[in-house]
Design a protein around this ligand. Structure first.
Ligand code: GLU
Length: 549
């Protein structure tokens, strides 16, 4: 604005972008480069991919396709497999928004690595359990080793983590029920679907031949309700981001052969006119058995769960697969009816929507945070995976994911949604503290988060003052060259960073500041305008930017 102040953060964002474009402020690509390079001239490609994985992103993420393709092509042109600033920019620029978000720790689980180390511990803990029976009513299920155990998760930002046998295909079985119901509501609306099916836990075994007082199935999570639901839908594989979805024809045939109870339910439903008019009950039963026989891996199913956690948008493709109302209904019914006759007991300590299946899967949803798939074939007496139940219970005991956990006052639990302090880093204290301790990587992250690197404390001290006084040459270099801060701010006693460096005898810092001055001084005076008064912050910014969030 005319008086040099910026009145709104939107305006401020625009100003920052134009300063970046004009080369006055470093570009986001450059800031990302500094963040990952950690002071080196070049980034070896493995360093980039390791840093990327630490944020939870995968190199195979469909949202990073352009970046990864460009990286492959670019690396062939280098002799050492490393990227300088220019090559790095070329690779990241098309996906810079997602990458910046990742490295600014703006994802729902900011400290992904520490979270996943907890997950691995819980996984190990449940692995030791030996109880339970692998389902053996059909050979396709009986063949699985009781030792198989896998956990995969995908957050609403598409951060992925997997541990154990996460690439082994298994059938969804009853875990497909919530998806069928969600599709039915998505296609026809809540009112229509519930003309045919209730919303109440049945209090009876999932395959009981029984209807409610209105002669409707109790809910879509038990067989009768799921069979009616099947008569309302067509399916697609979009919910798992086009990752592994297969079909076990052998399971389908076996289910049909051993499906007398389901046929009995089908005939009963037909007698009671539970289907839409014109439904061919036996072909619906075939479709029901086919849907039970859809194969997934723990990994691909975690993306389905994440789509449910994310209001129906697949986190890794961004595609809208289901509408939010369909998803909300589904989560409600999973919460009350998803775990067979254990649903109430599960909902009590875990407080999260989940659905289990006879193959040993438990699809668990932490709404607005992540989807999780647990898979281990041994089942308890009620038909739930023994290890899966343990994992879900342990997870919620550790983290404040229970629907009714208080997020403000219940400090005993871990809150993985909140970073150790990144919310507070906006304050000048953190900036100066990082400068004081010489924590360049923290400073790089602050800069990437559009923090104003020229902020002053109440003594008008800047990060540059503090770093110069402490003799942290690397910090001084970063602030000058990457952040292009004003080299000569004066604190309330009139001292500049140069004064500090001289005073405390940090000769390397003195040399750095001198070199910087001799390099930039000529342009400096034209850009800065009022060089006489250091107190007015004559830096290279035309206006003083405020942090943008
Ligand atoms: N195919 C099984 C049935 O319909 C599914 C069982 C289950 O996963 O609960 O009986």
């Amino acid at each position: 604005t005319a008086d040099g102040y910026i009145s709104s953060s939107a305006e401020c964002g625009t100003v920052l972008i134009s300063l970046r474009k004009a080369g006055i402020l470093p570009s986001l690509e450059d800031l990302l480069f500094y963040t990952i390079a950690e002071g080196q001239e070049k980034i070896p490609s493995h360093k980039f991919t390791t840093a990327l994985k630490a944020t939870g992103l995968r190199t195979g993420d469909p949202r990073l396709k352009e970046c990864m393709e460009m990286l492959k092509v670019t690396l062939k042109t280098t002799s050492d497999g490393a990227l300088d600033r220019h090559l790095f920019k070329k690779c990241v620029q098309t996906n810079i928004v997602l990458l910046t978000q990742a490295f600014r720790r703006k994802f729902v689980i900011p400290d992904f690595q520490s979270f996943t180390s907890h997950i691995d511990e819980l996984y190990e803990n449940a692995r030791k359990l030996s109880g339970g029976q692998v389902a053996d009513y059909i050979p396709q299920l009986a063949k699985f080793s009781p030792d198989l155990w896998a956990v995969s998760l995908c957050t609403v930002d598409g951060q992925r983590h997997t541990v154990g046998d996460t690439k082994v295909p298994f059938c969804l079985q009853s875990c497909v029920k919530p998806l069928k119901y969600a599709i039915a509501v998505h296609d026809h609306g809540t009112e229509y679907v519930h003309r045919f099916i209730g919303k109440e836990p049945s209090g009876l075994r999932f395959n009981k031949l029984f209807l409610n007082e209105d002669d409707k199935p109790h809910n879509p999570m038990v067989n009768a309700g799921a069979i009616v639901c099947t008569s309302l839908i067509k399916v697609s594989s979009k919910a798992c981001g086009n990752e592994y979805v297969g079909f076990s024809n052998a399971t389908f045939q076996s289910e049909r052969l051993s499906g007398d109870r389901n046929f009995a339910i089908g005939y009963y439903l037909k007698e009671k006119k539970c289907f839409p008019e014109g439904t061919d009950m036996t072909s619906i039963l075939d479709f029901y058995f086919q849907l039970c026989s859809i194969e997934v891996t723990c990994e691909s199913a975690s993306v389905m769960a994440a789509t449910l956690a994310n209001g129906g948008f697949c986190p890794i493709t961004g595609e809208r697969v289901l509408n939010p109302e369909a998803v909300r209904n589904t989560l409600s019914l999973m919460h009350s009816c998803g775990m067979y006759d254990f649903s109430g007991q599960f909902a009590f300590p875990v407080g999260l929507p989940a659905k289990s299946g006879v193959a040993g899967g438990i699809l668990l949803v932490v709404p607005n945070v992540m989807g999780i798939m647990c898979w281990s074939p041994p089942l308890d007496k009620l038909g739930n995976s023994v290890r899966g139940i343990q994992f879900c219970t342990d997870l919620v005991q550790l983290c404040n994911f229970h629907n009714y956990d208080n997020l403000r006052h219940f400090a005993k639990k871990l809150d993985p949604r909140r970073e150790g302090g990144d919310e507070r880093v906006k304050s000048v204290i953190n900036l100066l503290f990082a400068a004081y301790t010489g924590d360049v990587s923290a400073l790089r992250r602050f800069a990437l988060s559009s923090m104003d690197m020229e902020q002053r404390d109440y003594d008008s001290r800047t990060a540059l003052h503090v770093a110069a006084a402490e003799g942290h040459a690397e910090v001084v270099r970063f602030l000058l060259e990457a952040c292009k801060v004003n080299p000569d701010p004066r604190d309330r006693w009139g001292n500049t960073p140069m004064d500090e460096a001289v005073h405390f005898g940090h000769h390397d810092v003195v040399t750095l500041l001198q070199d910087y001055h001799s390099k930039y001084s000529p342009q400096e005076s034209t850009v800065a305008g009022d060089k006489e008064d250091g107190r007015e912050e004559p830096g290279r910014h035309a206006v003083k930017p405020h942090p943008v969030h």
